[in-house]
Write a protein that binds this ligand. Structure first.
Ligand code: PA5
Length: 481
C-alpha cells in the first residue's frame, strides 16, 4: 500500500503514523479492505469542496445547509473569505493598533475556541502584562462569555477598572461579541453585563463594539442590535459551523487584533486542502489519519483519543480539537437513521505537564486509546539551561542543554515507552509555529474529521444532541422568576 510511516507536506506538516500500523495494531490488511470506503470518502469530500453540500446534512430547522469549511482556504467571491473581507480585517487591525487598549472577545464553543487558539499561538506569553511597545501597539486581549460565571465576569470588570485608575485616563475598550446565532445565553448575557458596566463608568471606559454574527437581523439579535446601533459587523458565513470557523471571520479577527499574518495562515490551509483533494488513498494524510483512527476504534476498541501537544501554547488547540471531534463525530444515528452511537472521547493533554498525571493511565490503563502527539520542532525562543550548581552531578544531565531538546527527549521517551508496550500512538509534526504551518495543521484536522464522518456515515456538520438540554433549560428559565 506504499505505507512509509510518514506523510505530509514537504518541508511542512508531517503525520508520522508508524506506531499505529502492524501486528496488534491496525493491520495493512484491514486498511486494504477499507480502501473502497476510503475512495468513496475522498470522493464525497471532493464533492463538498466542489458543490458545497454533504450527503443528508440539514440545518437545525431541517433545510439543506451548505458545508463550506474547505472553502475558507480559498479567497474568492462567494467563499467565506475573499480579498475584500481579508482587506477589511487587515484595516481593522491597523485601526486598532495604537488606539485600542484592550479587546474583550465574547463567545462560547466554536465562537470562542478558535480565537483562543489563535491568541495562544500568536501572542507572546504574558501578552497582557507586556508594555504596549512589546505588543507592537496591539491591544491587550481578554475573553468573556465562555461561561455564565458572574464572579469571573466581575473579576474582569474590576481588573479593567483598576487598570484605568492606574493609568489615570479612560481605557479604550473594544467589546467583540461573537455568536453565529446571535442568541446564545453565555455571550449575550456577558456582553450585556460588560456593556452596561462600562457605559455606567465613562470616567474609566470608552467603549466600542464590533459584532461577529450571521448577517440576518431576523435570526440574529446581535446583528439587529448592530444595525440599530451602527456597530461594525463581521459575518459568520452560512455553511461554516462554529467548530469550523477558525479560518473565517471569528478566528481571523483575532489574527487582525494581534497583527498576525492572515494570508500566510490561509496559504498553509490551502496547501493542505490541495494535498487532501489531489492525493490518492494513503498519500492523503488526513484520509489516512481518519482511516487509522476509524479502524483503531472498530477493530481495537480505541474509543478515546488523547491529543497531547508538547508545549504550553498547544493546550487550547487540544480544546479546539476536542470540540471538533466530539460535536462532529459523536452521533446517535448514522445518515440512514440507524443507531450508531459513534464517536471517540477526545481528551486534551499537554507534554510534559501531563506526563506527571495522565501518562500513568496511558501506559498502564485500558488499551482503549490512541495517544496523538503534537510536536513543534523549533521553539519560538530557545533557552539553554544554565547551571548555577556545577557541584551537583545530577544537574549536569540538564545543564547546557536547550530546553526544547529536553522537551523533545521527553516526547520521544513517552512515545517509545508506549510503543514498546504495543500502545497505539502517532505524531503530528510542525517545523515551527508559523502561521503557514498552523494553517496546514488546522486544515488537516478539519479534513480528517470530514473523512471520518464519511467512513462512519455520520453527519459531521450537525449537533442535534445539544438541543436536548437547551429545551429543558429554556423551559426552566421561562418558569423561574
Ligand atoms: O460548533 C458549534 O456550532 C457550537 O459550539 C457553537 O459555536 C456554540 O454553541 C456557540 O454558538 P453561537 O456562535 O451561535 O453563539
Amino acid at each position: 500500500m506504499g505505507l512509509t510511516g510518514s506523510t505530509g507536506i514537504k518541508g511542512g506538516f508531517q503525520f508520522r503514523y508508524q506506531n499505529l500500523i502492524g501486528a496488534g495494531r491496525v493491520t495493512e490488511e484491514a486498511l486494504q479492505a477499507l480502501q473502497p470506503a476510503m475512495d468513496r470518502a475522498a470522493a464525497a469530500v471532493r464533492e463538498i469542496r466542489g458543490g458545497g453540500f454533504s450527503k443528508a446534512h440539514l440545518s437545525k430547522d431541517g433545510t439543506p445547509e451548505h458545508v463550506y469549511f474547505p472553502r475558507q482556504a480559498y479567497l474568492a467571491e462567494g467563499n467565506p473569505n475573499d480579498e475584500e473581507s481579508v482587506r477589511r480585517l487587515e484595516e481593522l487591525g491597523a485601526a486598532w493598533k495604537d488606539t485600542v487598549d484592550a479587546a474583550v472577545f465574547i463567545g462560547i464553543g466554536g465562537s470562542y475556541l478558535g480565537d483562543k487558539v489563535v491568541f495562544d499561538l500568536a501572542a507572546k506569553p504574558y501578552w497582557n502584562q507586556l508594555p504596549k511597545k512589546e505588543r507592537n501597539g496591539y491591544p491587550q486581549i481578554y475573553f468573556a462569555g465562555n461561561n455564565v460565571d458572574g464572579t469571573a465576569l466581575q473579576g474582569l470588570m474590576r481588573h479593567l477598572t483598576l487598570q484605568a485608575q492606574h493609568v489615570g485616563h479612560p481605557l479604550h475598550i473594544q467589546l467583540v461579541p461573537i455568536s453565529k446565532s446571535g442568541t446564545t445565553m453565555e455571550p449575550l448575557t456577558s456582553f450585556a453585563a460588560l456593556l452596561s458596566y462600562m457605559r455606567k463608568h465613562p470616567e474609566w471606559f470608552v467603549t466600542d463594539i464590533t459584532a461577529v454574527t450571521v448577517l440576518d437581523a431576523e435570526a440574529s439579535l446581535l446583528y439587529r442590535l448592530a444595525q440599530e446601533n451602527n456597530w461594525p459587523a463581521f459575518s459568520i458565513p452560512e455553511g461554516i459551523g462554529g467548530r469550523f470557523c477558525i479560518l473565517s471571520n471569528p478566528g481571523l479577527l483575532m489574527c487582525a487584533a494581534l497583527g498576525y499574518d492572515i494570508r500566510s495562515l490561509l496559504e498553509g490551509a490551502r496547501e493542505m486542502s490541495e494535498l487532501c483533494l489531489a492525493a490518492e488513498g494513503t498519500d492523503n494524510p488526513a484520509l489516512l489519519n481518519a482511516a487509522l483512527k476509524f479502524l483503531a476504534a472498530e477493530k481495537l476498541g480505541a474509543d478515546i483519543e488523547v491529543l497531547m501537544g508538547y508545549g504550553d501554547a498547544l493546550q487550547c488547540l487540544g480544546a479546539w480539537y476536542v470540540q471538533l471531534l466530539a460535536e462532529s463525530l459523536g452521533k446517535r444515528l448514522d445518515r440512514n437513521g440507524k443507531t450508531a452511537f459513534y464517536g471517540r472521547t477526545p481528551v486534551v493533554a499537554v507534554g510534559t505537564t501531563d506526563m506527571h498525571s495522565m501518562t500513568q493511565q496511558h501506559q498502564d490503563g485500558k488499551r482503549n486509546k490512541v495517544i496523538q502527539f503534537l510536536e513543534v520542532e523549533k521553539p519560538a525562543e530557545a533557552l539553554v539551561v544554565d547551571n548555577p550548581f556545577p557541584q551537583e552531578k545530577a544537574f549536569s544531565l540538564y545543564a547546557g542543554k536547550e530546553m526544547n531538546v529536553l522537551l523533545q527527549a521527553a516526547l520521544t521517551a513517552n512515545e517509545t515507552a508506549l510503543t514498546e508496550d504495543g500502545r497505539l500512538n502517532a505524531r503530528y509534526v510542525l517545523p515551527e509555529l508559523s502561521p503557514r504551518y498552523i494553517g496546514q495543521l488546522l486544515m488537516f484536522l478539519m479534513y480528517s474529521i470530514a473523512y471520518e464522518g464519511e467512513l462512519a456515515d455520520v453527519d459531521a456538520y450537525d449537533q442535534p444532541g445539544v438541543e436536548a438540554y437547551k429545551r429543558i433549560m429554556k423551559a426552566e428559565l421561562a418558569k423561574a422568576e
